[in-house]
Structures are given as C-alpha cells and as structure tokens.
Design a protein around this ligand. Structure first.
Ligand code: ADP
Ligand code: MG
Length: 244
C-alpha cells in the first residue's frame, strides 16, 4: 500500500462553544483522490483551513510527509508542497491569467524556474485554459477562474492539493471536463483531497471518502461502502437528489 502523505489525529477546531471540527482523524495516501463530504456546515472548509494553515487547530495533530505541521502558517504549508484552491476563487484581478499563474511559478517550493513565465504557460495549457493567456483575471468567468487557480497551484509544484467545491456552478459538460482534469492532476503524482457536494463527481473520482456531520467523522471508506452506510444515508446521502 502507498505511504501516507497527509494524516490528521483527533483534529479539533472550536469557535467559542461550537465544535466545527471534532476529533477528526484521517489518512490520505500518496496518489490518492480522497473525498470529504457532508452537509453544509459540517466542518469541511474548517478542516481544510486547519490543515493548510489558515488558522491553527484547537487541538490534535496534522502530519504531512511524516512531519508534524500542526499550526504551521499557510506559506509554510505552501512551501512544503501543500496547495489549496478556495470555495470562492481568489485571483489578482488586474493581472493577466499568465501573470497570475507566474506568481505560482515564482514561489515554487520545489525548484527555481529559470523561465517562470514559460512554466506558467505550460500549466495553463495543461489545465486546458480556454481563453487568451493575456486576459485580465477580472474578465474571466467562473470556469476559467477555476482552471486559473488550478494552474497556479500546479505551477507552484505542489505535491498535495485541496479542492474546495471546485465543481460548484459548472454545467454538466464542464463537470465532465473537470473530472478528467482532476484525474490528470493525480496522474502527475499529486495527491488530492476534494470537498464537494456533487455526489456524481465524488463517487466517480474518489478512491476513498470520509463523511463529516456536525464536525464529527461518521464514516470513512471506499465509495461503495459509503453509499451503503446507514448513518451516512441518514445524515446526508438520503437528502441528496444527485446521488446517481
Ligand atoms: N471563522 C468562523 N467563526 C465562527 N464560526 C465559524 C467560522 N468558520 C466556520 N464556522 C462555523 O463552523 C461550522 C462549520 O463550517 P464550515 O467548515 O464552513 O462547513 P462546511 O464547509 O462543511 O459547509 C459552521 O457551523 C460554521 O458556521
Ligand atoms: Mg465549505
């Protein structure tokens, strides 16, 4: 079995009295596409924020490539090869698509690119960026921005990628394209943790899935075991019209 690349041990994040993430332990293996699902407010984004350094967890541990990175700042996580995309895409609006991705290449943790702009252009091609590279980010639509964000993360040379609701707002055709792209990103040896509401996408691409409910992990297994899990169906899947 492949080595564990990311592990959390009893990870907790409390906001005043609210247990947004409550003793969540999980392991993502090298090259895996790992899905994190659960109803709105279950703690999925908070979990990512704690792991990727947006804010420190209240308790528990985060191990990345065997190193304890609990409480490490976002830029430290990034330099170790842990990249993320955001539920609400962030970009530098006045800069062109190419310049946005070049920022990722310049801050690449893995190696110094002699031609960061060339590398950025390659990454835009890899994600099949559908517009002119010189388009200002402010003029891009949702799908284009999502691809831009992925290209920027890849240009940074990440080994692990968090995707938060990357398929939200996409058309069925775009959904097929993004599914293919997620697989191709894994094909580059990058492990992925994907937070997503669209069960079709999750069941299609994930090797393993964990389910959160009120901050607690209620199940963890293959897509087949998750769909037949009673607690999961009760908490979440039963209410999902888009299961099949
Ligand atoms: N910065 C914050 N301050 C206070 N409460 C928060 C904060 N971020 C998230 N929460 C609360 O934590 C819970 C989990 O939220 P979130 O992680 O965004 O859920 P999900 O991404 O699964 O929809 C929710 O009840 C939310 O209101
Ligand atoms: Mg969220």
């Amino acid at each position: 079995m492949d080595a564990v690349i990311l592990e959390t041990q009893d990870l907790c994040k409390y906001f005043d009295g609210l247990k947004a993430v409550d003793k969540v332990s999980l392991q993502v293996r090298q090259g895996q596409i790992f899905g994190l699902i659960g109803p709105n407010g279950a703690g999925k984004t908070t979990f990512q924020n704690c792991v990727a350094g947006t804010f420190p967890p209240t308790a528990g541990k985060v191990l990345f490539k065997g190193r304890d990175i609990t409480g490490a700042k976002a830029h430290t996580c990034c330099h170790m090869g842990l990249a993320r995309t955001y539920q609400i895409v962030r970009s530098f609006p006045q800069m062109t698509a190419l310049e946005n991705v070049t920022v990722g290449a310049v801050f690449s943790y893995r190696r110094h690119h002699r031609h960061p702009e060339r590398h950025a252009a390659e990454m835009l091609d890899f994600v099949e960026f559908p517009a002119d590279h010189r388009t200002p980010a402010a003029n891009l639509n949702t799908m284009q921005l999502k691809r831009l964000e992925l290209a920027r993360a890849l240009a940074g040379g990440c080994e692990f990628l968090f995707l938060d609701e990357v398929a939200a707002g996409l058309t069925p055709a775009e959904l097929g394209d993004i599914t293919d792209l997620i697989r191709r990103i894994r094909g580059r040896g990058i492990s992925i943790l994907i937070v997503e509401h669209l069960m079709k996408l999750i069941m299609n691409v994930c090797d393993r899935i964990a389910v959160l409910n009120f901050g607690v992990k209620i199940a963890d297994g293959t897509p087949a075991t998750i769909t037949s899990d009673e607690a999961v169906c009760e908490a979440y899947l039963g209410a999902q019209a888009k299961l099949h």
